[in-house]
Design a protein around this ligand. Structure first.
Ligand code: GRF
Length: 193
C-alpha cells in the first residue's frame, strides 16, 4: 500500500509536480493525497487539479494568529488522510506546536547545502559568499527553520558569471530528482528521524 502524502506549496509547485510524477509510477511507495496552498493563486494548484489531486487553499491572512493557522492546517492535513507531509516551496514559518505533531513525518527541500545558506535567498547568498559549489538538501522539519536532520543532498557547481537565476535553475533540476528519492526512502522506512 502506498503511503499517503500531503504536499504543501505557496507558488510554482515544480517540486510538487516532480513528486506527483514520481508517485504515478506503480512501484513508488507514496501517493500524493492532497496539495495544500496558503495562497489561492499558487500556480501549482492548477497542475494538481488537472491531475485530479484534491487541492485545498488555507489562506493564512484569514487567521488571527500563527497558532490558529497551524491548528487549522493540522486538522486539514489529518482530514486528507496523509501520514507524511512534504513542504515544497511552502513559504510559511511553522509553530513548534505544529512541527512537534509531525516530527519525523514532515520533510522540506531547501536550495543550498545545509547548514549553509538557510533562509529565503539561499542561491543569492551562495553567490555573494563566493561559494564554489552549492546544491539542495532534503531534511526533516523541526521548529528551527532549515535545521532538521538531513536526509539527502545533491551538489552543483557555482560557475563564474552565475546569477541568482542561473544557479537557481541548476539547483532546481537536482531538486526534482532528489526530493522524490528522499520521499521514497522515508515512505519505505529506510530513514528515520
Ligand atoms: C525551491 O527552490 C525549493 O527548494 C524552495 O522553494 C523553491 C520552490 O520551488 N524551498 P517550486 O515551488 O517547487 O517550484
Amino acid at each position: 500500500m502506498k503511503k499517503k502524502v500531503a504536499v504543501l506549496i505557496s507558488g510554482r509547485g515544480s517540486n510538487m509536480q516532480a513528486l506527483v510524477e514520481a508517485a504515478a509510477k506503480p512501484d513508488y511507495p507514496a501517493e500524493v493525497c492532497a496539495v495544500i496552498s496558503n495562497k489561492a493563486d499558487a500556480k501549482g494548484l492548477v497542475f494538481a487539479a488537472a491531475k485530479k489531486i484534491p487541492t485545498h487553499v488555507l489562506d493564512h491572512k484569514t487567521f488571527e494568529s500563527r497558532d490558529a493557522f497551524d491548528t487549522a492546517l493540522h486538522d486539514l492535513i489529518k482530514k486528507t488522510g496523509a501520514e507524511f507531509v512534504c513542504l515544497a516551496g511552502f513559504m510559511r514559518l511553522l509553530t513548534p506546536g505544529f512541527t512537534r505533531k509531525w516530527e519525523g513525518k514532515m520533510i522540506n527541500i531547501h536550495p543550498s547545502l545545509l547548514p549553509l545558506f538557510k533562509g529565503a535567498h539561499a542561491q543569492r547568498d551562495a553567490i555573494e559568499a563566493g561559494a564554489k559549489e552549492s546544491g539542495c538538501t532534503v531534511h526533516f522539519v523541526v521548529a528551527e527553520m532549515d535545521s532538521g536532520p538531513i536526509i539527502a543532498q545533491a551538489k552543483v557547481p557555482v560557475l563564474p558569471g552565475d546569477t541568482e537565476e542561473t544557479l537557481s535553475a541548476r539547483i532546481l533540476k537536482e531538486e526534482h530528482t532528489l526530493y522524490p528519492a528522499a520521499l521514497a526512502k522515508l515512505a519505505r522506512g529506510e530513514v528515520r528521524m
